[in-house]
Design a protein around this ligand. Structure first.
Ligand code: FAD
Ligand code: SF4
Length: 463
């Protein structure tokens, strides 16, 4: 039976004025009844446009049909044949541009809530699957190193261990997960879910070596000397960017990555942790992407009374996901749009007291297709703040390129690798995720890791 309702079943959420003071998850998830009801909105289209919109080609109508029948474990098994991290993707994927963007139900109403259903199924599996027998595949005797434990590295390691390789993941931080652990806040992606994924990989035999900065602790060439026959590089694009405006050296200026790492990875919001972080009253976050929304919403939860998103274009151009913007607004974040910072002012003892900005207006579209922001003459004003967080994008770290002989870069300055196979110009080295593409998405990084695992398998079988 098809449910003819045109809107998605709403997602239950914590009240905005309660959740902006805690780090618990904003969305609390569908109940079984809600999930079945939503699944019944699916038309089971024969051409599966939703699946064509999914970067890892999850069999969407098939898993939704199982949800509609109340066969949640079977739904999970269908999803997990193509997606390594469903509980994570169900929470953070930009579904509106992918599967849901192609859903036929979206033409005259709202698309089927594919992301929410995926999350429901993955969570149902996590809470109902007890003492699963862990399958350790028979080893094939070949050693592979994975550098970086973000979604690209984890997906690659997961597929390689299933194929029988002896896999070791080298991670520069003290904890695994990449952006999933240090960047995306607890209230959007509970860290217990990431930890479960890591434990599942460990149970299958993947080894993790943390605090190992490849390129410093040891080089990629030394990994080969140590007996690794192939190396996958999934080191992300986490190098912060600043604006090069006066005052960026003042106390109270953070890069979003540093601010988020202190809070998420190093738990500065928990009283029992002694991670230092400035408790600010008025915070300006510069940028309009998802990272800016995460930083602003964290600042609010850390006790700031006023938090501003300072963005130089208008709300029509702002790049963050609509859902994140909506949540940020509900939580009291103020949007200071058509505004560009020009200097940060400080006290005599070098602490931030204000952000000098100019007003902007929009001109003709630029190379990105978005209308170019132009400064209004003599429009300078000061936003009184005691902290400034830069969330204007990140760059690729060149460490691996600089320390590996004969490894080429691509035009963006990332590791030069075929985007389909992950193969680089250097024999035995494969790469994928943000380290190749620049900042992108979890699902694309995961897909790149899986593709590279296939290529490594073919390479090692043929060499
Ligand atoms: P990363 O996740 O960056 O992982 C790379 C890992 O490699 C890190 O752990 C790093 O410490 C390690 N590393 C780096 N150099 C070395 C080295 N030399 N030796 C050893 N280890 C090394 N995407 C979405 O789809 N949805 C979202 O909602 C979303 N929100 C985001 C919020 C924030 C705050 C940020 C920063 C990003 C967000 N993204 C989101 C983007 C997404 O997280 C990334 O595209 C994705 O994590 C890239 O995966 P990756 O495995 O390539 O790299
Ligand atoms: Fe169901 Fe939408 Fe996919 Fe059609 S496009 S099968 S309605 S999820």
């Amino acid at each position: 039976m098809i449910n003819l309702v045109k809107e998605k079943n709403p997602m239950p959420e914590q009240d905005p004025m309660v959740r902006n003071k805690n780090f618990e998850e904003v969305a609390t998830g569908y109940t079984e009844d809600m999930a079945v009801n939503e699944a019944m909105r699916c038309l089971q289209c024969r051409k599966k446009p939703c699946t064509t919109g999914c970067p890892v080609k999850v069999q969407i109508p098939e898993f939704i049909a199982k949800v509609a029948e109340g066969e949640f474990e079977e739904a999970y098994q269908i999803i997990s044949t193509t997606s390594s991290l469903p509980a994570i993707c169900g929470r953070v994927c930009p579904q509106e541009n992918q599967c849901e963007g192609k859903c036929v139900q979206g033409v005259k109403g709202e698309p089927v809530a594919i992301g929410r259903l995926k999350r429901f199924v993955a969570d149902w599996h996590r809470t109902h699957s007890v003492d699963e027998e862990v399958e350790q595949s028979e080893g094939n005797g070949h050693k592979v190193a994975v550098v970086g434990s973000g979604p690209a590295g984890l997906a690659c390691a997961g597929d390689l261990i299933a194929k029988g390789y002896d896999v070791t993941v080298f991670e520069s931080l003290h904890k695994e997960g990449g952006v999933l652990a240090y960047g995306i806040p607890e209230f959007r992606l509970p860290k217990a879910i990431v930890a479960d994924e890591i434990s599942a990989l460990e149970a299958k035999g993947v080894k993790f070596v943390n605090n190992a900065v490849i390129g410093m602790s040891m080089t990629v060439d030394e990994l080969f000397q140590d007996g690794y026959e192939a190396v996958f590089v999934g080191t992300g694009a986490g190098l912060p960017q600043f604006m090069s405006i006066p005052g960026e050296n003042l106390l109270g200026v953070y890069s979003a990555n540093e601010y988020l790492t202190r809070i998420n990875l190093m738990k500065a919001y928990k009283p029992e942790y002694d991670t230092p972080i400035q408790r600010s009253k008025r915070v300006a976050v510069i940028g309009g992407g998802n990272v800016a929304m995460d930083a602003a919403r964290c600042a609010k939860r850390m006790g700031a009374e006023e938090v501003y998103i300072v963005y130089r274009r208008s709300m029509d151009e702002i790049p963050a996901r609509k859902e994140e913007i909506h949540h940020a607004m509900e939580e009291g974040i103020q949007f200071q749009i058509l505004t560009n910072p020009v200097a940060i002012h400080g006290t005599e003892d070098a602490r931030v007291i204000g952000l000098e900005c100019v007003e902007m207006e929009l001109g003709e579209p630029d190379a990105s297709g978005r209308r170019r922001p132009i400064e209004k003459k003599n429009s300078n004003f000061i936003l009184e703040v005691d902290a400034v967080i830069m969330a204007i994008g990140t760059r690729l770290n060149k460490l691996i390129l600089d320390t590996t002989e004969n490894l080429n870069a691509n035009a963006k300055g990332g590791i030069g690798a075929d985007e389909k196979t992950g193969a680089t110009n250097h024999q035995g080295i494969f790469a994928g995720g943000d380290a190749v593409t620049g900042a992108a998405t979890v699902i694309l990084a995961m897909g790149a890791g899986k593709n590279a695992a296939d290529s490594i398998d073919k390479y090692l079988k043929s060499s």
